[in-house]
Design a protein around this ligand. Sequence first.
Ligand SMILES: NC(=O)c1ccc[n+]([C@@H]2O[C@H](COP(=O)([O-])OP(=O)(O)OC[C@H]3O[C@@H](n4cnc5c(N)ncnc54)[C@H](O)[C@@H]3O)[C@@H](O)[C@H]2O)c1
Ligand SMILES: O=P(O)(O)OC[C@H](O)CO
Length: 316
Amino acid sequence: MSISILGAGAFGTALAISLAQNGPVTLWARDVSAMLETRESPRLPGLKIPDAVHIVSDLDVALEADTILLSIPMQRLSGLMDRIDTPLADKTLVACCKGVDLRTGLGPTGILQAAKPDASVAILTGPSFAADIARGLPTALTLACAVDAVGKRVQHQLSTPSLRLYRSTDVVGAELGGALKNVMAIACGAAIGAGLGDSARAALMTRGFAEMTRFAAAQGARPETMAGLSGLGDLALTCTSDLSRNYQLGLALGRKEIFDPSVTVEGAATAQAMDRIAIDTGLSLPICHAVAALTQGRVTVDDVMAQLLSRPLKEE
Ligand SMILES: NC(=O)c1ccc[n+]([C@@H]2O[C@H](COP(=O)([O-])OP(=O)(O)OC[C@H]3O[C@@H](n4cnc5c(N)ncnc54)[C@H](O)[C@@H]3O)[C@@H](O)[C@H]2O)c1
Ligand SMILES: O=P(O)(O)OC[C@H](O)CO
């Protein structure tokens, strides 16, 4: 069974490097001239792409694979799917993005299934920095697919000696964990950046996890999924590591510094999408609401903390 990866940013390239241990992999990007010369992605400098990775700019070549991983920013996913008019009925599409589409409110697998209703869809998510995967450091991820037989096949196909995939059929829970942890990481970065301390971060992580679990349950997710790699696992990594771009954006907001807009930060758009959904459904998502306002420049970190701390006292 052949594998291709659409998107040669940090994560797509890291997956290609890791999966090349198992056999040939096709890696697609819009412009590959520099990568063919350097055998590196500009988004993952210093990590060589092995010869077993076939780097292509022809989308049709990449779409010939049986299993197609999509590793581009969430807000670009529907645009890429619109470009694909090839029928993909016999293929498995594995979303590797984390977030909620601002225009439709759909998660990654929702976008894939809407574009290609006959394809099998799955999501690969969980705590992992691209550079760790590319370096072969031990990493555990969740592979969620509603059809367990397909999930089993993809789990084996995408596991390597250092990349260990756990399987789930709870697609909704897995993708909401990955989407919402980024929002919480921005909040935690902002608290640390503003000098509010580690206790404030622990409070935000814990109440953030409660918010994630509440929202995911309302969408039909299983509570144990939120306690797994794709939820709690990724929340712990992203809210505590300076390597996280979402956390870095939060730090910059807390310190009132400028942040490079070309860096992929999925949590800002996701906070806005979640805030809209919360308003429509009547669910209380105070941290998502605060991060949406903060990342749009409508409030300061001081305003946000004052709002969060002045909410009525309640049971845990
Ligand atoms: N970097 C990580 O450590 C990591 C880990 C796990 C998951 N992810 C997820 O992977 C997804 C991709 O993130 P990343 O870190 O690779 O981002 P990145 O910024 O490193 O790379 C994004 C890549 O997507 C390409 N791209 C953007 N729009 C495109 C389009 N319309 N068509 C084709 N290519 C397009 C860009 O040229 C770039 O190469 C995100 O959803 C992220 O949350 C990243
Ligand atoms: O750099 P971030 O914040 O996008 O986080 C990367 C991964 O999602 C961590 O699991």
